[in-house]
Design a protein around this ligand. Structure first.
Ligand code: TRP
Ligand code: SF4
Length: 327
């Protein structure tokens, strides 16, 4: 039997999960857990790099997010699920890797510059935020991670992680595994106002929204502004609602919607109803499973995940300390 490859991934718990999180990350986790040995965690330390002034949200959403993972189909029998900070070796390996990471690499990181610009309202001139990719390298290397699912926008971060790990091995001998990215389909999920779906824009369809709120959000979603009147043809490519259709609607109907929109054969109200026929049952199924979960069950899942993760993490740290001659 060939050993399953190791997959590592994390999500920061900075707010409630929305449809964009599902299609951007969780859906691929649910596929990956079938084939690989998976370590999935809440990156609460990473959340602190940007939210250190008001950390209350991180704790609030931690159990809530993990409960959502379970309701959506992430399976604790197939993947170790845990909280990053519950395995202290993440912080320890981060410290070790910080010794060998040139500042220039971090300062030149395009994600760092973009994020700092995008989050101008926050004070991000802290060491933790600059060191974000070092912590991410530690997260992966701790489990000898071979594959990391990433969206297009996270590729530079992972490249940096790879370089840091390579440098460690170069300096001290082969100790850590250099991970490869698995490019996950990172669909463009647009929010109700046409911008990228995000909690910070308050334009998201939240998993926790009651059914009537989901319906209302969909029915008031922005559409192609060219369709002012029912008889005006539109372009689905310019329609934020259509970005949801692309996620939920099967090929055949999608083609009909596309043509119907371009020829003004269907109106936006019909189009939205067609979407709801697909989105609502999916959301109901999630809601049912989510309601059946209690915090105790979730805590137990996290305790077990932590145990499994810790055992591997401790082993790696022993190797790292040996390599650094501090054992
Ligand atoms: N940077 C990721 C995000 O913003 C979270 C993350 C932290 C992560 N450590 C990781 C992802 C390790 C993959 C592997 O969502
Ligand atoms: Fe968007 Fe559908 Fe209206 Fe076309 S018909 S603009 S795809 S909501």
């Amino acid at each position: 039997m060939t050993k399953k490859k190791i997959v590592v991934s994390g999500i920061r718990s900075t707010g409630p999960l929305h449809v964009g999180h599902y299609f951007g990350a969780l859906k691929s986790w649910i596929e990956l857990q079938e084939k690989y040995e998976c370590y999935f965690f809440v990156a609460d330390w990473h959340a602190l790099t940007t939210d250190f002034k008001d950390p209350s949200q991180i704790k609030t959403y931690l159990l809530d997010n993990v409960s959502d993972w379970l309701a959506l189909g992430v399976d604790p029998k197939k993947a170790a699920l845990f909280i990053q900070s519950s395995v202290p070796e993440h912080a320890e390996l981060y410290l070790a890797l910080s010794m060998i990471t040139p500042l220039g690499w971090l300062e030149r990181n395009p994600t760092y510059k973009d994020q700092k610009e995008a989050l101008k309202h926050k004070d991000l001139s802290n060491l933790g935020f600059l060191g974000y990719p070092v912590l991410q390298a530690a997260d992966i290397a701790l489990y000898q991670g071979e594959l990391v699912p990433v969206g297009e926008d996270q590729v530079p971060h992972l490249e940096l992680s790879r370089e840091i790990i390579r440098r460690f091995n170069h300096l001290y001998g082969e100790t850590l595994v250099e991970p490869q990215p698995i490019l996950s389909a990172s669909p463009r999920v647009l929010g109700s106002d046409g911008r990228k779906m995000s909690n910070s824009y308050q334009n998201a369809v939240l998993l926790s929204d009651p059914e009537e709120v989901v319906t209302k959000k969909v029915m008031t979603y922005m559409t192609d502004p060219a369709r002012k009147r029912r008889q005006d043809p539109g372009d689905p490519k310019k329609c934020p609602l259509y970005s949801l259709h692309e996620l939920f609607t099967e090929e055949k109907t999608l083609k009909e919607v596309d043509l119907g929109c371009r020829t003004a054969k269907i109106g936006c109200v019909d189009c939205k109803k067609t979407l709801l026929q697909r989105l609502t049952p999916w959301h109901q199924s999630y809601t049912e499973k989510r309601k059946a979960l209690n915090p105790k069950t979730v805590q137990k899942v996290l305790d077990e995940g932590q145990k499994k993760a810790s055992a591997v993490a401790q082993k790696t740290m022993t190797e790292v300390k040996k390599a650094l001659k501090i054992l």
